[in-house]
Ligand binder design. Structure first.
Ligand code: ZN
Length: 494
């Protein structure tokens, strides 16, 4: 969660829905794809307008990595790719967002975004270029306007915004992550963007095999993420069923790259390693993270109980957590503005869920000296009926922190006890606690004779048993691969 909390995609999709009714449709041949495309519902001027607005919101929500080394690196790749793009009616701008999620996305009008989380997992400049080129392919192929013109994507982000009450939002949020990169387009659009990306890699002088190699890194990273969440990894579960399975995509990308001519040759491993050395890895203290049994947010100065029994996911808008027991019990935590002077109970009934039927058990409580209130209401989570327990804690006269605890019928008594404990655990961090939070960073090193994966992995600052898998994933190494002396590797330090 960041301090800013604007619902980027909600505003964006609402704006675009408005466009649908207004403009007359047209069909034309796209010079990138050669396809006759039905995209007349959004023209270039509208694309630029919506893109610029959505880009501002994305930057406000996630923040931009302000390191000049990273900016120069990305702009350099962007500049090498741009001359190869068929579409010249939009200008291409590449931005590194300050998010740990392994993701990249394009917005209308040529706004290409890549997260710092993705840069950490790429192993060469060509792989980063492959991701940017793939996203540029979505722009040149007009996939975004195609989607809107076919009115198939009104849900682009609506679910991100509708926090919990009466919807499966909490569950869906938990399911998000690195898959965003792969899951918001149709299968054929992803394939087309991969092919265009390979074309643009070649034109930019980059080794086209980087497309397939980064896709296979995404596959490993997804397995690591599943392991971190304590779940067994299966591709079907991780990637939406309508999209090409990643192994299939890797094989296809490799085939297309091998058949392409003339081929680019630049891999840029050393350039990439130099650029990402020192980059923040994982949650940044400005966004909050799980530390021991607590969710801690040094930037905003709060903490609350977050036991191991729950998988916690931090997003810019909110924190969501789901029980590992499979009972379906979950909660959402976020912040909201409150009229000054309004007591928390009145805030719940007249502000938060004003007009909702069936609100009951409204009760004022005190949480570590702060005014707070709780109430319950019948809602649903993941399409199952659930009792929702609402909690509002007055953080400042004009700001509340809110918990929504979703308790479907299968919720265990232990989980209900945990929810009670969380309610009363919300606390302010001391100045010392705020200052001790240092982010983890990517550290690039050159291996010496005698270095082993096990030894290096054991020094990584994570308190789970996944460090060896994490190190291999970060460096694109297979299970049996040994360290090669003299070669550069990435590790994580703190
Ligand atoms: Zn894509």
């Amino acid at each position: 969660m960041t301090i800013r909390k604007s619902f980027t995609y909600l505003a964006y999709s609402v704006a675009l829905t408005g466009v649908l009714g207004a403009v007359v449709a047209a069909c034309s041949v796209n010079p990138a794809t050669g396809r006759n495309q039905f995209t007349g519902l959004m023209n270039t001027a509208q694309e630029n307008q919506h893109g610029s607005k959505a880009q501002t919101q994305a930057e406000q929500t996630y923040g931009v990595v302000s390191d000049p080394k990273i900016t120069a690196y990305i702009n350099g790749i962007c500049a090498k790719l741009q001359p190869g793009l068929e579409r010249t009616d939009v200008s291409y701008r590449c931005t590194v967002l300050d998010s740990p999620v392994v993701n990249a996305f394009a917005l209308p009008g040529g706004y290409i975004n890549i997260n710092r989380g993705l840069l950490a997992y790429a192993n060469s400049e060509a792989e980063v270029a492959g991701v940017l080129a793939h996203e540029m392919g979505h722009v040149t192929a007009k996939h975004i306007s195609e989607r809107y013109s076919q009115a198939t994507l009104t849900q682009l982000g609506g679910t991100l915004a509708s926090a919990a009450l009466g919807s499966g939002a909490a569950d869906q949020l938990i399911g998000l992550g690195s898959n965003l990169y792969l899951s918001s387009y149709s299968r054929s659009q992803e394939t087309e963007a991969d092919d265009l990306g390979i074309r643009y890699l070649n034109r930019g002088g980059y080794d086209p095999m980087a497309m397939g190699s980064f896709l296979s890194i995404l596959q490993r990273e997804s397995a690591l993420q599943a392991a971190e969440a304590g779940k067994e990894h299966t591709e079907m579960r991780s990637f939406m069923a309508t999209h090409p399975l990643t192994s299939e995509r890797v094989a296809r990308a490799n085939q297309v790259a091998q058949a392409s001519a003339p081929k680019g040759t630049n891999e840029g491993v050393a350039a990439h390693m130099a650029a990402i050395n020192g980059l923040v890895y994982g949650d940044s203290p400005k966004d909050g993270y799980v530390k021991g049994n607590e969710f801690v947010h040094p930037g905003m100065g709060f903490a609350f109980y977050a036991p191991q029994a729950f998988t916690v996911k931090n997003s810019p808008q909110q924190v969501t957590a789901q029980s590992r027991s499979g009972s379906g019990a979950a909660f959402v935590f976020n912040g909201a503005a409150k009229p000054a002077g309004l007591d928390p109970a009145t805030y719940i009934t007249q502000g938060w869920v004003s007009g909702q039927q069936g609100l009951s058990n409204v009760e004022s409580i005190t949480v570590n000296g702060m005014r707070a209130a709780t109430a319950q209401i019948q809602g649903s989570i993941n399409n199952k009926p659930a009792l929702m327990r609402l909690v509002a804690v007055e953080w400042t006269p004009t700001q509340v922190f809110r918990f929504q605890f979703a308790m479907p019928q299968s919720t265990t008594p232990e989980e209900i006890e945990i929810f009670k404990k969380i309610t009363y655990s919300m606390r302010r961090l001391s100045e010392a606690e705020k200052n001790t939070a240092t982010p983890k960073r990517v550290k690039v090193f050159t291996a010496s004779a005698g270095d082993s994966v096990a030894a290096i992995a054991s020094r990584m600052p994570f308190d789970d048993n996944l460090n060896e898998q994490r190190f291999r994933t970060l460096n694109g190494m297979n299970a049996g691969d040994a360290i090669i002396p003299g070669k550069q590797y990435k590790t994580i330090s703190q």
